[in-house]
Design a protein around this ligand. Structure first.
Ligand code: HEM
Ligand SMILES: CC(C)=CCC/C(C)=C/CC/C(C)=C/COP(=O)(O)OP(=O)(O)O
Length: 308
């Protein structure tokens, strides 16, 4: 989150470019990226091949830097709409603490460094998937789809599904069936995760003119779609257990974690609340979606390592 300790405007009211290191950290969206990095780490560990700790650390560092670079380039491109939304207005660019060019240079340099380091230290397959995920988030999601279609996050969400695949590829030099299922899982998880939030921050997106589903298709349709994607996600989640890609530990955790997810999605789908300040089930589903993915990926690794 953007720091608030150094004001964006002078006492006279003129804008100052007073970015410090905290603003560059904020530009990488560190809180969101913790889960991105965790899924990457789980992909690496689930591969169950020996990786030297220094190389393993380097791979995860590259995923973190690549994701951070993508986040910086996302903010470079959309400083205009970030300025119009309460949730994002205090970020370094819309708050006027950083020049747009600095964010662009930072993002490009960090992205290039992460991809090259991944290629040199690990392998070029992992580096190529990292590059694709950065380009997907920046070009496909941010530049192309976000302002054009309510399906923006369904397609663009693929960017956030790549890290498990990158972690696996970094360890093995290949992709495999399990990481492909994990990709599908995060891909299907993204719409309920994001639309739950979009329901209660809808006024923000409406004010900025971003065609998110609740703004364009309405709340009822968004609630229906949340339930639909949650059910498809549940089918993908159970697949590793059905197709012998995971053992009983994963199966038990998947059921125990997914039932509450579906119940929350069901509650959201039944709600008729239109006041964003009173959307408790939507907030609960959003919060739970994050906990859910952490726990589920933890279960994948525990299952693979403990039952090996
Ligand atoms: C296109 C796909 C996605 C969209 C549009 C999206 C959008 C958002 C938004 C708007 C927030 C609010 C937090 C903020 O203002 O910083 C958020 C929070 C969060 N997202 Fe997502 N998200 C997506 C995919 C993902 C993925 C793939 C992950 C990780 C695997 C993820 C992890 C998180 C986490 C951990 C938070 C909570 C951050 C906090 O505590 O402040 N998101 N997401
Ligand atoms: C390795 C790699 C490149 C990973 C990328 C991970 C990725 C795509 C995460 C998506 C999560 C995210 C911050 C979406 C925000 O959407 P937004 O930008 O519309 O949110 P905002 O309104 O907060 O800016």
């Amino acid at each position: 989150m953007a720091s608030t300790t150094h004001p964006a405007t002078s006492p006279a009211g003129s804008t100052q470019l007073s970015a410090d290191w905290r603003d560059f950290v904020a530009l990488t969206k560190p809180r969101v990226m913790t889960l991105v990095v965790f899924t990457g780490l789980c992909g690496l560990l689930a591969a169950r091949v020996p990786v030297h700790p220094v190389l393993g650390f380097t791979a995860i560092l590259c995923i973190a830097l690549g994701a951070g670079a993508a986040a910086a380039l996302n903010q470079w491109y959309e400083a205009d709409i970030d300025a119009l939304m309460k949730r994002t207005a205090r970020r370094p660019l819309p708050a006027g603490r950083m020049a747009r060019q600095d964010a662009l240079h930072f993002g490009v340099a960090l992205g290039a460094f992460s991809v090259l380091l991944m290629g040199v230290a690990l392998n070029w397959l992992a580096a190529a998937i990292l590059l694709v995920s950065i380009l997907f988030y920046v070009l496909v999601y941010t530049v192309w789809l976000k302002r054009r279609t309510a399906q923006n996050i369904v397609i663009g969400g693929a960017a956030g599904a790549f890290p498990a695949l990158i972690g696996w590829a970094a360890a093995t030099g290949q992709v495999g069936a399990l990481p492909l299922v994990l990709f599908g899982l995060v891909f299907m998880w993204t719409p309920p995760h994001f639309w739950a939030l979009a329901l209660f921050v809808r006024p923000d997106y409406a004010a900025a003119g971003v065609p998110m589903l609740p703004v364009v298709a309405g709340e009822l349709e968004t609630r229906r779609q949340i339930l639909f994607y949650s059910i498809v996600m549940a089918a993908v989640v159970i697949a590793p257990a059905l197709f012998d890609l995971a053992g009983w530990l994963y199966a038990a955790a998947a059921v125990a974690l997914t039932v509450p997810f579906l119940l929350l999605a069901w509650r959201v789908s039944r709600s008729t609340e239109t006041d964003p300040t009173r959307m408790a089930p939507e907030r609960a589903l959003f919060r739970y979606s994050i906990l859910y993915l952490f726990a589920l990926f933890g279960a994948v690794v525990a299952d693979r390592l403990l039952l090996a």
